[in-house]
Design a protein around this ligand. Structure first.
Ligand code: NAP
Length: 481
């Protein structure tokens, strides 16, 4: 394959593009300084369909492998990711900007999907029953759906890929992964690790492109593709659902969030702050599960906002690859502009800045960790997904009021509740319209748990037992003994 990819990343690039064809490339930038890091192939529709060819060709032999054989390959992927964790984390930090400790956390989480689905691969069961009138037996088995197209975002370039690749491979499906243009290098490294672990050619394919709309549309209209697993914004997810309707694809949609973080009057402030630092600041706030609206009981607002401002203002800002950094850059300058305008409009609507509220005077896509109080409930910063290091604090007076406010959104991915009374927390968890609720915890992602949202935050679940079923179809056979 002819590319202009400079060392040290050039040997990562594997794919199925026709050899010896001159191709365009996409530059990949380091968001901490804006300088190019590397470049990757800019695939055309023809290249993407070549990847679908390779996947379709590999399907028969991969599904024919025994579940135990597939499990052993996935187990090896987990081992290799752990052996190479520092290399992967450095690459994630370089192209995404997150801190090394966040990147190492992501690698551990990403690798766990291979281990979990190695264990699940051998547990795909069926059912046997009899029809109510006794006329026949009902046998149900689960089969791999076929070639799956995976489209992933830039905020967790390793975990969003393995959360899809591992269950698909466990189910017996080959995949074509289309990663975000900002963070393609991590995907190539993961594909390389899969190959090194023994995943056969054609089972994991990576297509990087600057024409995502056109390229993904072409793949979704190829009749050999039978599933689409997408993680990204609700806006793009909605458009892809329309596309997927044409060929009636099975879709799994992990979309945007607007998580409420609720602090009840009996919560322990130090525990709340520890939880908030994770729920708000993991990945510099660029997580779909990030605490977006921090509802604090009026009696605790002064205490919580003061403690949080102290922690935020003490954070060391810098490039993610510097081990001393506690808050890295945002993904690009567009993200900084968006956050800046959200903060400005919140202040214009009456919010007060306790710390931050500005771009630090340095090169790169940085925004200072910011705490806002007195945020009016109707401000844009409350209605929109912030995706940055901004804690937006809103006071409330009663449980009923805060539940109503928390549910007043078209999104419903994650929610958080802090209280000293577990019974009260669990009751509130039942009333919150979200796919996932953390009670007295700032982190809820777990490969063994079903991850996903309600309302316009998505369809389907990743992780847990449910994650593998997204890549399988049931087959019912009627018979009489
Ligand atoms: P995005 O703009 O929706 O992009 C996601 C992926 O879709 C990228 O690979 C992108 O490629 C591709 N894409 C963009 N337009 C497309 C089109 N018309 N057709 C096909 N593919 C297209 O989202 P993002 O900015 O990368 O990620 C942030 C969003 O993801 C946030 O809303 C966040 O909440 C959500 N997210 C959700 C979860 C979850 O599990 N629910 C997890 C992480 C992130 P290009 O990069 O080439 O444009």
């Amino acid at each position: 394959m002819t590319t202009t990819i400079p060392s040290p990343y050039s040997d990562l690039i594997i794919g199925t593009a026709p050899p010896n064809r001159r191709r365009d490339t996409i530059d990949v930038f380091d968001p901490s300084c804006g300088k190019p890091l590397s470049s990757v192939p800019d695939a055309t529709v023809e290249d993407a369909l070549a990847a679908v060819d390779a996947a379709a060709l590999a399907f028969g032999s991969w599904r024919a492998r025994s579940p135990r054989e597939r499990a052993e390959v996935l187990q090896r992927c987990w081992e290799l990711m752990n052996e190479r964790k520092d290399e992967i984390a450095t690459l994630i930090s370089s192209e995404n900007g997150k801190t090394l400790s966040d990147a190492l956390g992501e690698v551990a989480y990403a690798a766990e999907f291979f281990r979990w689905y190695a264990e699940e691969a051998v547990r795909a069961t069926g059912q046997l029953g009899s029809s109510p009138n006794g006329a026949n037996q009902i046998m149900v088995s689960y089969e791999p759906i076929g070639v799956a197209v995976l489209v992933t975002p830039w905020n967790f370039p390793a975990a969003m890929a393995t959360r899809k690749i591992a269950p698909a491979l466990a189910a017996g499906c080959p995949v074509v992964l289309k990663p975000a243009s900002e963070t393609p290098l991590t995907s190539y490294l993961i594909a390389r690790i899969c190959a090194d672990a023994g995943v056969p050619d054609g089972v994991v394919n990576v297509v990087t492109t600057s024409r995502s709309g056109e390229v993904v549309r072409a793949m979704l209209h190829d009749p050999r593709v039978r599933a689409l697993s997408f993680t990204g914004s609700t806006e793009v997810g909605r458009a892809l659902l329309h596309e997927a309707a044409d060929t009636v694809l099975k879709t799994s949609m992990e979309l945007g969030g607007n998580a409420p973080f609720i602090v009840l009057d009996d919560a322990v402030p130090d525990e709340v702050i520890d939880g908030l630092m994770i729920a708000k600041m993991r990945n510099g706030g660029q997580a779909c599960t990030a605490a977006n609206r921090i509802y604090v009981h009026r009696s605790l607002v002064e205490k919580i906002s003061g403690l949080l401002a102290d922690r935020f203002s003490a954070l060391t800002i810098g490039p993610g690859t510097d081990p001393a950094t506690e808050c890295g850059p945002l993904i690009n300058d567009r993200a900084v502009d968006k956050i800046d305008s959200l903060v400005e409009s919140a202040v214009a609507a009456g919010a007060r800045i306790l710390t931050g509220g500005e771009r630090p005077p340095r090169e790169g896509s940085f925004y200072a960790p910011t705490v806002l109080v007195d945020v009016p409930p109707q401000a844009d910063i409350v209605r929109e997904e912030i995706f940055g290091p901004i804690a937006s604090i809103i006071a409330f007076d009663s449980d009923e009021e805060v539940i109503r406010a928390a549910n007043d959104t078209h999104l419903g991915l994650a929610a958080y509740v802090y209280t000293a009374d577990l019974r009260r927390g669990l009751r509130m968890a039942g009333e919150l319209e979200a796919g996932m609720v953390a009670v007295n915890r700032g982190l809820l992602s777990d490969p063994a748990a079903p991850f996903g949202g309600v309302k316009e935050s998505g369809l389907g679940r990743e992780g847990g037992t449910e994650g593998m079923l997204e890549f399988m179809e049931s087959k019912y056979i009627a018979t009489s003994w």
